[in-house]
Design a protein around this ligand. Structure first.
Ligand SMILES: NC(=O)c1ccc[n+]([C@@H]2O[C@H](COP(=O)([O-])OP(=O)(O)OC[C@H]3O[C@@H](n4cnc5c(N)ncnc54)[C@H](O)[C@@H]3O)[C@@H](O)[C@H]2O)c1
Length: 335
């Protein structure tokens, strides 16, 4: 399978490394608008062709599939052109900036029989996979809420807000962990860095059965945090992407309301369970490599990838509702 990479900025070089070394695929060409970036590419991978125009990729015969790692605002156009030229596509998040574009791209991929996958790296992260295992209903109990924090100083994007840059990861993780999509969103955002995009946001998503998912994103916070917490009636499960030793921790403790009547509490009482704190063993793996292998598998077997275009579209619907709610001071918006 011959692959092209479009976008060799900050994130693209990670794809180039993974694809260059991946068994069964050949990275034939890399495209970037910037001559400086292409000079970097040539220095590192002299055997890989370097071009500046997307059309010079799509006009080639030695490209079966394309990986798109350009800025978010360019995704819709680049993906459309790649699908129209008959290529399978793996596009970085967010897939596009509105739901209608996502639907159109999915329809295009379906009618052309091509794979359209979105780069939700965290769905291919062994820690997040373990977290989902730890949330199996018999062990986790009733899901209460999810909370995600994604803060750091930048990198500040020129084309999209912190919500569109950072929150796609968390919405995707929530949807994956719960196997659902949110029904409503309520969010507040602020612009502290004097640009025309929100740098900070606090967003709440409402899922079925009153489960809420809260997301805090910021690129104006000197403390880097990459954490997702899930609380259920029987346990609390924490994924901390910055903790290499214990990236998942399970607190075997919980509190649940019961309708068993007890004299001292009247109508109901709260049952508190106390237990161990466990850090399950997780085999080390590189999420981006696992994700690229899943893309290759989808192209070669025809199996739908976990993060296919439809999944990506549901994430965009949630982001659009978050954005709309931020424009009306947190009013709940249907997703
Ligand atoms: N999955 C992750 O963990 C993760 C991490 C970082 C970035 N990303 C995503 O990767 C994408 C790229 O982010 P980045 O940080 O590398 O951005 P970047 O701005 O550093 O790099 C983008 C590159 O694309 C090039 N480019 C722009 N428009 C182009 C076009 N039309 N044709 C060819 N080249 C073009 C630019 O010259 C630049 O070199 C974004 O969608 C971002 O959200 C994902």
């Amino acid at each position: 399978m011959k692959l092209a990479l479009i976008g060799f900025g900050y994130w693209g070089p990670n794809y180039a490394r993974v694809l260059h070394d991946l068994a069964g695929v050949k990275l034939t060409v890399v495209c970037d608008r910037s001559a400086d970036r292409l000079a970097q590419l040539r220095a590192r991978y002299p055997a890989v062709e370097a071009v500046q125009d997307v059309n010079d990729v799509l006009g080639r015969r030695d490209v079966d599939a394309v990986v798109v790692a350009t800025p978010a605002s360019t995704h819709g156009d680049v993906v459309r052109a790649a699908l129209k030229s008959g290529r399978h596509v793996l596009v970085e998040k967010p897939m596009a900036l509105d739901a209608a574009s996502c639907d159109a791209l999915c329809d295009l991929a379906d009618s052309a029989g091509r794979v359209l996958m979105v780069g939700y790296t965290f769905l291919y992260n062994a820690g997040v996979r373990k977290m989902k295992e730890c949330m199996a209903p018999d062990a986790f109990g009733q899901a209460y809420y999810l909370h995600a924090t994604r803060t750091n100083l930048g990198p500040i994007r020129q084309d999209v807000s912190a919500v569109w840059d950072l929150a796609p990861h968390d919405v995707a993780i929530f949807n994956y962990l719960l196997d659902e999509r949110p029904q409503w969103a309520s969010a507040i955002g602020t612009r502290v860095l004097r640009n025309d995009r929100d740098d900070i946001a606090f967003a709440t998503l409402g899922y079925k059965n009153d489960v809420v998912g809260n997301i805090h994103v910021s690129w104006a916070d000197p403390n880097k945090v990459r954490e997702v917490v899930a609380v259920g009636s029987r346990r609390r499960v924490v994924f901390n992407d910055l903790n290499d030793v214990e990236c998942v921790r399970v607190f075997e403790r919980g509190v649940s309301a019961t309708d068993v009547t007890a004299d001292s509490f009247g109508e109901f009482k709260l049952l508190v369970r106390d237990g161990d704190i466990i850090s399950p063993k997780i085999e080390p793996s590189e999420p981006l490599k696992t994700q690229c292998m899943a893309f290759v598998d989808a192209v070669t077997t025809g199996r739908r990838p976990l993060a296919d275009g439809r999944f990506g579209g549901h994430v965009i619907r949630a982001l659009a509702a978050i954005e709309k709610s931020m424009r009306s001071c947190g009013a709940a918006v249907e997703v």
